[in-house]
Design a protein around this ligand. Structure first.
Ligand SMILES: Cc1cc2nc3c(=O)[nH]c(=O)nc-3n(C[C@H](O)[C@H](O)[C@H](O)COP(=O)(O)O)c2cc1C
Length: 499
């Protein structure tokens, strides 16, 4: 941490000697998991040692990847943007004008930071989430999710979206409507409009480059549905672990563990999809490929919007309906497999070693409720393949196959990115199951609320959104570091003609 501070002082001194602006941030050492270990008064110390016009750009919403812009001197440590997002949210508008005197600046910033640590201006949850995080996805394009199933609203703050992109609530609503509950008898009958409101980050129809806050109000909560599980734990659900971990549990609809939290993910995904489409013609699409024991052979994407299962095969739909009716009658549930594909992906996205594109896709997909496995490309089928079969041959006309799922060495190859996820069966079922009471005594649990008999059915648009979010983040990261790299080798087609 000391070396980190020393470096900060040196960089600041150099930049300030040149009359440059400096971006400062109130965190400390970067931990291996990407979080910052906060140090007390970090920002204040810097100001004390350099009582010069240090402008807290971070607090003005301009935090970025450099500390000092002096002679292109780069601060090599990435700033954990999620933490800054929360700080900016808490602080609101710029707390110090650019022309503030050093004394004024020092007073205001010290007060803000002291106030933060000594808990006057900032909510308690700010510190907890800064330290624990877990609610933010992404590095340059970040999405911070908030809300609970039965609270007044859910939503997210997207930070790092490039400016100048045309965006409307309708662009986002289209995607939310695909995830919405209550659209067929095969999904939960909770009736949520899931109407999105854009609260910030837009001016005259285009993004401004500042945080985009999206709000979705909860309108159909029925807390009494969950009264019978307040004192016990549903087998297979998050009730037991949330209780043991936090010691506080909003049992209504699963609180924060509810899949309602995936609506903001889909909304943010719509923003990413819009940018990716505009910049690369990139599309992320998903469909169901297995419902319980029923394998669903892929026929055509065109069938996906026309049935409640996101099935790419229309002939199989009556069989799926009958199958699901059986589970509803029996008070049981079943799992599913979802395929997600990205087309039009440029070659080069992914940051080895630890932020490989496949690693980040798996991280994002495993962050979705009820996902139990993620495969990229041939996935587990690679186990039985030969090297002569698995390695995708290249010809001047393009790749011959795509066992890699569009990723080599953690970097996109320009082929389709193919991901499949396994989704477990719904835990909230009418069938009686054994559990325990809060006091440890045995209990039986039967659930009569409104639940999805197969979670996989509504997971398709969520998985698409997650893939889009990861690709958008990596597109910006690639542009930042390697955007000007040019090699003479032509970029070959994703698929050779006829392959
Ligand atoms: C789209 C979607 C809808 C879901 N709906 C329900 C539901 O109605 N009832 C339920 O018990 N679980 C539902 N879940 C799953 C739970 O949120 C999840 O199983 C629970 O939080 C435990 O987390 P885990 O399965 O990731 O371990 C849903 C998941 C998804 C992706």
């Amino acid at each position: 941490m000391l070396r980190c501070l020393e470096r900060a002082y040196k960089e600041c001194a150099k930049a300030l000697a040149e009359g440059d602006l400096v971006c400062i941030f109130p965190e400390g050492k970067l931990k291996r998991d990407g979080e910052m270990n906060p140090f007390r008064h970090g920002i204040t110390e810097i100001l004390k040692r350099h009582p010069a016009p240090v402008v807290p750009m971070a607090l003005r919403g301009l935090w970025g990847s450099v500390l000092s812009r002096h002679e292109d001197a780069q601060w090599p440590r990435p700033i954990h943007r999620g933490a800054m997002t929360r700080l900016t949210l808490a602080v609101g508008e710029p707390i110090v004008p650019e022309d503030a005197t050093p004394q004024h600046l020092q007073e205001v910033v010290s007060a803000a930071i002291d106030g933060a640590w000594h808990n006057s201006n900032f909510p308690d949850t700010f510190f907890r989430s800064t330290l624990m995080s877990g609610n933010t996805l992404g590095t340059l394009f970040t999405v911070t999710n908030f809300g609970e199933s039965h609270g007044p609203a859910i939503g997210c703050v997207i930070d790092g979206c490039p400016p100048g992109m045309a965006l409307t609530e309708a662009d986002i609503q289209i995607e939310l409507d695909r995830r919405r509950p209550g659209t067929s008898r095969h999904v939960t009958q909770r009736q949520e409009a899931d109407q999105v409101e854009i609260l910030s980050g837009m001016f005259e129809g285009v993004t401004t480059g500042t945080p985009i806050a999206l709000l979705i109000r909860n309108t159909d909560q029925r807390s009494k549905d969950y009264g019978n599980i307040a004192q016990t734990f549903r087998p297979g659900h998050a009730d037991y672990t949330y209780w043991q971990k936090y010691g506080v549990r909003d049992y209504r609809g699963g609180g924060r563990s509810s899949a309602r939290m995936t609506a903001p993910t889909v909304a943010a995904g719509a923003v990413a999809k819009t940018w990716l489409r505009e910049n690369f013609g990139l599309e992320t699409r998903g469909c169901i490929s297995a419902l319980g024991e029923i394998e669903i052979p892929f026929v055509d994407w065109k069938y996906v919007p026309d049935n409640p299962f996101f099935s790419p095969n229309e002939e199989i739909v009556p069989r799926l309906e009958e199958y699901m009716d059986g589970f509803r009658k029996d008070g049981d549930s079943v799992g599913a497999r979802i395929e997600v594909v990205a087309t039009g992906v440029p070659v080069g996205l992914g940051e080895p070693l630890y932020d490989r594109l496949d690693a980040d896709i798996a991280h994002a997909m495993m962050g979705l409720n009820a996902v139990k496995a993620v495969e990229i490309g041939a996935g587990f089928a690679s186990v039985a393949q030969r090297g002569s079969q698995h390695g995708d041959e290249m010809t001047p006309e393009g790749f011959a196959t795509n066992n890699a799922g569009g990723i080599l060495g953690g970097i996109s190859s320009g082929q389709e990115i193919t991901v499949s996820i396994a989704i477990k069966p719904t835990s909230s079922i009418r069938t009686s199951r054994q559990s325990i009471h809060k006091d440890g005594a045995p209990a039986t649990v039967e659930i009569f609320g409104r639940h999805d008999p197969c979670l996989g059915i509504r997971a398709t648009p969520i998985a698409e959104a997650l893939l889009a979010l990861v690709l958008m983040d990596h597109a910006l990261r690639h542009r930042a570091q390697c955007g000007d790299v040019v090699v003479g080798t032509p970029k070959i087609a994703a698929r050779a003609p006829g392959k």
